[in-house]
Design a binder for this molecule. Structure first.
Ligand code: 6R9
Length: 646
């Protein structure tokens, strides 16, 4: 791991909400007197009834119960829209940038109010009310946000299904939460390709029994022909005569706001439930401090609203803070790899938040992604979703951020609601690849396999010892699974499933999922560490490392590599890469087997599915399990054909 330290840039201090002394004082209060601290922070929201009961939480496996602000009442859509209107209604909420570089749109808070009210009234007309579930399967267009906020306005619970998911996944989610309405579009657009969203919904509903589903609302986006059934209604027909007046529903702080399905290590995806008060506060306070957001800043989170990052950092956090965001329909590589830079220049983006997988995809093209790009509007960069290897960090820092912008490497999970461990731009000297320090109220700890807490500079399983407002409250319809998954491994604490290292300066470094830790000849190695070394070799674009059963070592190191464009794969190169890891990391980390491949099995959100790679490496390729969530399932067949240790 890189030990280089990058001091806080002077401009970050000038722009900031916080000084180091503020952070120290506020963090101490947040963990020593959470009731006082969070009662104060909660004032940043507009409450219909101000909460008096602040924290009522138990991580005891026999009685896991998490309640924040439980006697408070508020409405999320009111907080995200209405309260900004008087002074800032003319301010842009979203700059929408289409897949086609020539299309964009501006949505002010006034317009957002009208659009959300109309579709909210449309939903009410269909009989949707408080507590009903609504599925949203949309492209990255403003109507996705209108739909989410419309649900929040009338107290319905949304579940956004990522637009890249297949019909099976749609049906599973609809059935699991018994959604009665689904909102979709005729088609999506990505890199010029038409994505048949309505067709997928039709297939889901035709091939699966979805008894709860009553009505499908379809937004006309591309205008292509779609087939039509008796339960389908066009968005424009439904909302045509709807008023722009839609009184917000009074919600209890603990009423559910949304369900979001996420994969675990076992079984079907879990419907993680987030609530109205605690989640909104968590999303907005982290957005404010992690990005040092100030009115006037142009902020761009390049995630998809189908993932938690989109929920918290495109929709709820920024809107609660009255922010101006870019929302991007397309992909970073279309029409070519300069697109991100072009959007930054076009809309004068100040804050850019993206994922290491995107950074590495661009980095493989050297300086081309910034050719002809000024990039001078940028002042802050963010990273999320996986450990960022120092190589990618440096490329991001120097090539995109021009060695001027701090990088906030935010560690969090669908279950945590929003950022948990993160540098703060005006406070934390950066160590490339370190998620650094806890946000207010977050109490991380490291434990060994038996749950004994480890002190000082060490490595272990990352747990969180007490509740924070944005924490998921349950798994929809299966509280027992919630308890089993998160609270029984190390009783009395929240088990993150991630491993982490804490260094001598108390910085946390996420080493990857705990089930990805290898034990090679009795030495513990993080797969992320090895991957980081591998991708720092000039020939390597992406790397995935898994363990496989090895007679002598216990576990051997199986390496899957994707070469950079134009690289010729030879035996010499393979040897060179192997020696590289030996040299960069340790002889213990020397790969046993290296398989080159033109693709890796990734989920549609860009995460490598190690489960599959582990099976292939272990020669258990007949028991691969569910591969339906892969972006390109054919990659798996190629990998099996060419696997090494037959
Ligand atoms: C927000 C999000 C959660 C898992 C998490 C961890 C990995 C996320 C990270 C990171 C290292 C970071 N992860 N951010 N690892 N550094 N900055 O991605 O949620 O999709 O639920 O994934 O992603 O392994 O446990 P989710």
């Amino acid at each position: 791991m890189s030990q280089q330290i990058y001091p806080v840039p002077a401009h970050a201090k000038e722009h900031s909400h916080l000084t180091p002394a503020d952070y120290a004082r506020m963090y101490a209060e947040s963990v020593e007197q959470p009731e006082v601290f969070w009662a104060e922070q909660a004032k940043s929201l507009d409450w219909i009834k101000t909460p008096t009961k602040i924290k009522n939480t138990s991580f005891d496996a026999h009685h896991v119960s998490i309640k924040w602000f439980e006697d408070g009442e508020l409405n999320v859509a009111y907080n995200c829209i209405d309260r900004h209107l008087a002074k800032r209604g003319h301010v842009t909420a979203f700059i929408w940038e289409g897949d086609d570089p020539h299309s964009h749109d501006i949505i002010t808070y006034h317009r957002l109010y009208d659009e959300v009210a109309k579709i909210a009234n449309g939903l009410r007309k269909l009989g949707v009310g408080k507590g009903d579930r609504v599925a949203i399967y949309m492209p990255m267009i403003p109507q996705a946000v209108y739909a989410m906020l419309a649900c929040a306005r009338i107290g319905a619970v949304h579940t956004v299904i990522f637009g890249g998911f297949s019909p099976n996944a749609i049906a599973d989610r609809v059935n699991n939460c018994q959604a009665k309405v689904l909102i979709t579009a005729d088609e999506g657009l990505r890199a010029g390709k038409h994505i048949p969203l309505k067709d997928n919904v039709d297939t889901a509903l035709a091939e699966h029994d979805c008894p709860s589903m009553e009505q499908v609302i379809v937004f006309k986006h591309t205008g292509s022909h779609v087939s039509w059934g008796k339960d389908d209604v066009w968005w424009h027909d439904l909302t045509d005569d709807c008023s722009t007046d839609c009184p917000p529903e009074v919600m209890n702080a603990e009423d559910p706001l949304f369900i979001l399905y996420t994969s675990g290590s076992t079984g079907q995806p879990k419907g993680v439930v987030h609530t109205t008060g605690g989640y909104l506060l968590w999303a907005s306070i982290t957005h404010k401090y992690v990005f040092d957001y100030k009115p006037g800043d142009i902020y761009w989170c390049a995630a998809d609203v189908g993932w938690v990052t989109g929920h918290s950092y495109i929709v709820y956090g920024p809107l609660a803070n009255g922010a101006t965001s870019v929302m991007f329909e397309g992909v970073p590589t279309y029409p070519d790899v300069r697109r991100i830079g072009q959007i930054v220049d076009k809309h004068k983006v100040n804050i850019l938040y993206t994922a290491p997988t995107a950074i590495r995809a661009l980095m493989a093209h050297g300086d081309f992604p910034v050719e002809g790009i000024s990039g001078e509007s940028l002042r802050l960069l963010g990273s999320v979703g996986e450990p960022i290897n120092p190589e990618a960090w440096h490329w991001y820092y120097t090539t995109v951020g021009q060695s001027r912008c701090p990088i906030v490497d935010t560690w969090w999970q669908t279950e945590t609601g929003a950022a948990m461990l993160t540098p703060l731009p005006s406070i934390t000297a950066m160590k490339p690849g370190a998620a650094s320090h806890p946000f207010f109220g977050v109490q991380p700890a490291l434990v060994d396999g038996q749950g004994n807490e480890l002190s000082g500079a060490t490595e272990g399983n990352l747990i969180i010892t007490d509740s924070w407002p944005g924490q998921a409250r349950t798994v929809y319809g299966d509280h027992e699974r919630f308890v089993q998954t998160y609270f029984t491994t190390y009783p009395g604490t929240y088990c993150t499933g991630d491993g982490a290292r804490r260094d001598e300066d108390d910085y946390y470094w996420i080493t990857g999922r705990v089930d990805d830790v290898l034990n090679v000849s009795g030495h513990r190695l993080g797969t992320a560490e090895i991957e980081s070394a591998l991708v720092s070799h000039h020939a390597v674009a992406e790397a995935a490392v898994v363990g496989y059963p090895h007679d002598l070592k216990g576990q051997g190191i199986y390496v899957y590599l994707m070469p950079n464009e134009g690289v010729a794969v030879t035996d010499e190169l393979t040897k060179e890469v192997s020696n590289w890891v030996r040299k960069e990391l340790s002889p213990i980390a020397t790969p046993d087997l290296i398989q080159w491949s033109s693709g890796l099995p990734k989920t549609r959100s860009g995460k490598i599915m190690r489960r599959i790679l582990r099976k292939i490496a272990a020669n258990e390729y007949e028991q691969l399990g569910d591969t339906s969530t892969l972006a390109d399932p054919s990659v798996v067949e190629t990998l099996i054909e060419q696997r090494l240790n037959r």
